[in-house]
Design a protein around this ligand. Structure first.
Ligand code: PLP
Length: 476
């Protein structure tokens, strides 16, 4: 592809993308394809000879687009709604062109230093103190893995050289999180060789927040049994209900017991930009590490996870390893190299999109969007609360509402099946997409507001469809 061809395809793709971002609601949110449809539509063998790029783009539109789930749809209310904001999309385009590989300061001074600067900006916006140093990973799962690797490094002498079993600590170790914590905590303990049994899921209270009394009891019981507690993962904004663990009280336990405290604020962390929500985060400044995902609620295209720690030295101690061919004068002089702060060597230029999004919207513009999402979620929650055929199943501290239909004619034992069918019926319209969870054993529907183009009209339409389909199902 020569420069003139690149220009031609580039211009037409920019037109396509601009149109897509503006009118993503033309598509059904969930694609109308069955498993295997796309695979069967594509040739099983790679092309031997070059194909015209027009043909490739033609197939992209004909085959790939119909198999997309439209996370950019303003009616996307599933999981956590996210946004590929236009400035973020342009930044990704640039990032691909620049092809930076920021393992060393020398291999990309720009990516290395912009990462430090933008993470410093985000840290200030969410009110964490300057003692927190940041690094960008792809996802919160990987951030939490690094947090627990650092916790393991801090707690188990010689674990880096001798491994968990061979190390001087022969006793089994324990990591604590609530029964509402994300499955990435499980995966991290499995991957770190601690064994899945090393994870203790502490029970949560009726508001889905970790019980600190239960945490204290578990730690005491473990110590008495010769188990070594090493870390607690507290969550602000749990995945099912967005509940917030009492971080300050948990921090006090961790300080008294010498445990690493990691705060998983993957979804809710950016909401600390809102002064009225800041109290939900009280105590997180006492954590050893914190994760926030700008790709969730900060309008940065997937993927970008911001990891902060007050103990970057421990993380480096766990991961720094410099082979001769990567030795540089700057590195020897103490200039930080990103390859020393994690498991991967190569790193792409993710900071560029965070920088461009923060500048294009400003803190003010971001707060306006967040405030609107909070307003829309609370408006929906209020509709649920006043309709006797529906009930809310959890408090709504952020922008996610957990609820279910409770039509009087449906016996309690049939409510799970009824709500599953209701969800399928609503999602089948293609106008909106909601997901579900289970709370105290019951199926709960989740409406997560978070896409930048979602307006009151979309939320009202979701509510209308839910009521309409519920009536239809009861009538059957
Ligand atoms: C979404 C989420 C995660 C996982 O995020 P990834 O970036 O996809 O790994 C972890 N914890 C919480 C609380 C989340 O909401």
């Amino acid at each position: 592809m020569d420069a003139s061809e690149f220009r031609r395809h580039g211009h037409s793709l920019v037109e396509w993308i601009a149109d897509y971002l503006e009118h993503s609601d033309r598509y059904p949110v969930l694609p109308r394809v069955a498993p295997g449809d796309l695979t069967r539509a594509l040739p099983p063998h790679p092309p031997e000879s070059a194909e015209p790029f027009d043909a490739v783009i033609g197939d992209f539109q004909r085959l790939i687009v119909p198999a997309l789930t439209h996370w950019n749809h303003p009616g996307f209310f599933g999981y956590f709604a996210i946004s590929a904001s236009p400035p973020g999309v342009l930044a990704e385009f640039l990032s691909a062109a620049l092809n930076q590989q920021a393992m060393l300061w020398k291999t990309s001074p720009a990516a290395t230093e912009l990462e430090g600067v933008t993470l410093g900006w985000l840290r200030q916006l969410v009110g964490l103190p300057p003692s927190f140093e940041g690094v960008i990973y792809d996802t919160a799962s990987i951030s939490t893995l690094h947090a627990l690797a650092a916790a393991r490094e801090a707690a188990i002498p010689y674990v880096r050289t001798q491994g968990v079993r061979g190390s001087s600590t022969q006793s089994p170790v324990r990591v604590y999180c609530s029964d509402q914590a994300h499955s990435s905590v499980d995966k991290a303990v499995i991957l770190l060789g601690l064994g899945h049994d090393a994870l203790c899921r502490v029970k949560s209270d009726e508001r889905f927040c970790m019980s600190v009394a239960a945490l204290r009891e578990a730690v005491t019981r473990d110590r008495a049994a010769g188990v070594l507690p090493i870390a607690v993962v507290a969550t602000v904004g749990t995945t099912s209900t967005t509940s917030a663990d009492p971080v300050a009280a948990i921090a006090a336990v961790c300080e008294a017991e010498g445990l690493w405290l990691h705060v998983d604020a993957a979804y809710a962390g950016v909401a600390a930009m809102m002064p009225e929500l800041r109290p939900m985060f009280a105590g997180w400044e006492r954590a050893d590490s914190v994760v926030i995902n700008p790709h969730k609620w900060l309008f940065v295209p997937f993927d970008l996870s911001a990891f902060y720690t007050r103990r970057m030295d421990v993380l480096r101690q766990a991961f720094a390893l410099v082979p001769e061919y990567l030795r540089t004068a700057e590195g020897s002089a103490g200039v930080p190299n990103l390859m020393d702060t994690g498991v991967q060597l190569g790193r792409r230029f993710r900071a560029l999109k965070l920088w461009m999004v923060l500048r294009a919207y400003g803190a003010e513009g971001i707060r306006v969007l967040l405030a609107e999402h909070l307003r829309l979620a609370n408006m929906f929650a209020a509709w649920v609360d006043v309709d006797p055929r529906f009930e809310r199943l959890a408090p709504t501290p952020f922008s996610v509402v957990c609820f279910r239909a409770v039509p009087p004619s449906v016996p309690p034992s049939d409510l799970d099946v009824f709500n599953e069918r209701l969800l399928d019926a609503v999602n089948a319209t293609g106008e909106v997409f909601l997901s579900h969870t289970r709370l105290n054993g019951a199926v709960a529907l989740r409406l997560a507001v978070g896409h930048m183009r979602t307006t009151e009209t979309h939320v009202a339409r979701a509510w209308e469809l839910l009521r309409e389909k519920a009536v239809g199902l009861v009538g059957l």
